[in-house]
Design a protein around this ligand. Structure first.
Ligand SMILES: CC(C)(COP(=O)(O)OP(=O)(O)OC[C@H]1O[C@@H](n2cnc3c(N)ncnc32)[C@H](O)[C@@H]1OP(=O)(O)O)[C@@H](O)C(=O)NCCC(=O)NCCS
Length: 160
């Protein structure tokens, strides 16, 4: 599969949000209550949501996986917090190495910015994936979504 991982562009916003929503609503849905899924990936994807994504208030450093012009993956770090913030892959291309390619790229970008480690709140769904990517499990707990609703998560970290 000829996926290219590249920095996000403003015109990728809707595609990245669509990947995020499909990954949550299809791949992660069986691991969480419906209320969490609804809050984590609110539908529909409005123009306001697209503009909010592009406003990028947290200063996320973002990459997308581009398959012949279609966005099939999205990942982000918040460098000032040493945080891996997001990694989502379209269910249609799951388990084909897209997540691995995205994490490799964001780790490289983190190293280039002088980061020595990354930590994250992993979904329960992605725990095995991040473990395979070399992340260490610190414990389990709760991640608070933008809406204020809590969801189960696993705290993880990796030395870069
Ligand atoms: C987690 C996620 C990004 C993985 O993306 P992916 O492209 O399917 O992952 P990859 O194909 O790169 O997997 C790399 C390795 O991780 C491990 N892995 C990935 N998914 C796994 C799963 N469901 N169960 C066990 N191991 C898994 C495997 O070792 C895999 O290598 P292999 O396929 O050669 O065995 C994707 O499943 C996803 O979007 N999940 C839902 C959203 C989510 O919870 N994101 C994380 C938010 S913190």
């Amino acid at each position: 599969m000829s996926v290219v991982v590249r920095p996000v562009r403003p015109e990728d916003a809707r595609g990245a949000l669509e990947v995020h929503h499909a990954a949550v609503r299809i791949t992660a849905a069986s691991d969480y209550p419906a209320e969490v899924v609804e809050n984590w990936a609110q539908m529909p994807i409005t123009e306001k949501a697209v503009a909010g994504f592009n406003a990028n208030p947290e200063g996320e450093l973002r990459f997308v996986a581009d398959l012949h012009g279609k966005i099939v993956g999205f990942a982000a770090i918040v460098a000032r917090k040493d945080e891996l913030r997001a990694c989502y892959v379209a269910p249609s291309v799951a388990r084909q190495g897209v997540g691995r390619a995205l994490v490799k790229q964001i780790e490289q970008a983190a190293r280039e910015r002088g980061l020595k480690e990354l930590h994250l709140h992993s979904s329960v769904t992605a725990h095995a994936f991040y473990t395979a990517m070399g992340y260490e499990t610190l414990g389990s707990g709760e991640h608070v979504l933008g809406s204020g609703l809590g969801m189960r998560c696993v705290f993880m970290r990796k030395t870069l």
